[in-house]
Design a protein around this ligand. Structure first.
Ligand code: ZN
Length: 428
């Protein structure tokens, strides 16, 4: 038998970073999330769904009730002669309040929600177009926040977290904005600065990531684990949910479907490259085409939005040149969507946004062509849905981010609010 010396190298394999690096959710948090996702549920059903013993659920539920995060809700008994009526658990809606905000060129919007995500108030304020300094943006955020809280009759001290979505490349864990079309400064640590100014934890993310989160928390994605969200509202954006988690890329700079190349040496894009998908289907691309194809009198001043509205109305009314512009854009979009399906194989694809005004872009023919390009290898058809939410969706996605981070803190180690105010005010 060979003696193994202390200097002998022993073979190794397998990834160095494994599950032990990830923070596993405590049973208490899992119980809380189960209750919140169901609205109301009995202790025994929680235990059954989570596959754990009823005793461990009772202990977790007691901690949550003692911390004021969960309460009991009695059911109407079918037969009172059998003793105690059955009791469900539900989340205490006003245990915490959060704000979600969306910043964009021209308009900032915000919602205030309770701990179960119900919107209690919403507010939007115009924002001067173009890039701004960080200080100017902070001022806009504070003005919007105070207007919202005033509407709801609450104060800043009542908030547990604020989530903010903005366009561009955002490093969520660090709260750093690498680049944004609304911010002059680059590589700025916006999150910590805002947390100081607002007096509560502020969490930032890319706006389309938060649209995907809105679908996961409140929308069509609640019952799905793997799905893609594409929006064609402002440019073309994409968010991805993998195993019920938001996928952000290694540095928060991924999923830029709008800047994937669909045409070599093609049309010039805002990003400086040629042939990006966005250069064919974004608002500015359609406006560029409209001015040429419709031979409009250029002396008449029109905003890009007005141009787009006229183009759309004319296409709907049967103007062939206008219709062809949307048809061509739709063909490019169908390729872009087919590429998403080919690369990610999502179980569900949601075309999502607040208004999705230009329905010609995702007409039946566009989706049929998308299926044609993605089904070539015999894959099952990816289910596609259109979700038009209304104006608050972007801010609601930001509220979902705030709720998500807040839940990681307060539901994992529940403590009563009164005795531990720090957990309320600075849980993040
Ligand atoms: Zn581009």
């Amino acid at each position: 038998m060979e003696i193994v010396g202390s200097t002998e190298e022993c073979a190794a394999c397998g990834p160095f970073s494994s599950m032990e690096d990830k923070v596993a959710k405590s049973l208490t948090q899992l119980v809380f999330e189960k209750i919140r996702s169901q609205g109301r549920i009995s202790r025994s059903d929680v235990a059954k769904d989570l596959g754990v013993s009823p005793g461990s659920v009772t202990a977790a539920a007691t901690a949550l009730v003692d911390a004021g995060l969960v309460r009991e809700a009695s059911r109407t008994p079918r037969d009172t002669s059998r003793g105690r009526p059955p009791v469900d658990l539900c989340v205490v809606a006003d245990a915490r309040f959060v704000v979600g905000m969306n910043l964009r060129d021209g308009l900032n919007s915000a919602v205030l929600t309770d701990f179960v995500g119900t919107v209690l108030a919403d507010c939007d304020l115009p924002s001067p177009p173009g890039r701004k300094t960080l200080d100017a943006i902070c001022n806009e955020i504070e003005t919007l926040l105070d207007a919202l809280l005033n509407k709801a009759g609450l104060e800043r001290a009542d908030l547990s977290a604020v989530g903010i979505g903005l366009p561009g490349f955002v490093d969520h864990p660090r709260g750093q904005v690498h680049w944004s079309p609304i911010l002059e400064d680059r590589r700025t640590l916006v999150g910590p600065i805002l947390s100081d100014r607002l007096g509560c934890p502020v969490h930032l993310d890319n706006d389309v990531n938060l649209l995907a989160l809105a679908e996961l928390w409140f929308g069509m994605g609640r019952s799905r684990s793997n799905f893609a969200v594409v929006t064609i509202e402002h440019g073309v954006g994409m968010g991805l949910i993998l195993d019920t988690q938001l996928y952000r890329g290694a540095k928060g700079m991924g999923l830029e479907i709008g800047h994937t190349t669909v045409q070599l040496d093609g049309a010039l894009c805002r990003c400086g490259q040629r042939g990006c998908l966005e250069a064919y289907i974004a608002d500015y691309a359609l406006v560029r085409e409209a001015s040429t194809a419709l031979e409009w009198d250029l002396r008449v001043a029109r905003s890009p939005q007005q141009t787009l509205e006229i183009l759309f109305d004319q296409a709907k009314a049967g103007n062939e040149a206008a219709r062809l512009i949307f048809e061509r854009a739709g063909r490019y979009l169908s390729r872009g969507l087919a590429n998403v399906i080919q690369v990610f194989d999502p179980e569900f694809l949601i075309i999502s946004g607040a208004r999705l005004r230009y329905d010609l872009l995702y007409a039946e023919e566009v989706l049929a062509e998308m299926h044609k390009f993605s089904d070539r290898i015999g894959r099952d058809r990816t289910e596609v849905a259109i979700n038009t939410w209304g104006d608050t969706v972007w801010a609601r996605g930001a509220a979902a981010l705030a709720l998500s981070v807040l839940t990681d803190h307060v539901a994992a180690h529940p403590v009563p609010l009164d005795t531990h105010p720090a957990s309320h005010r600075h849980a993040g």
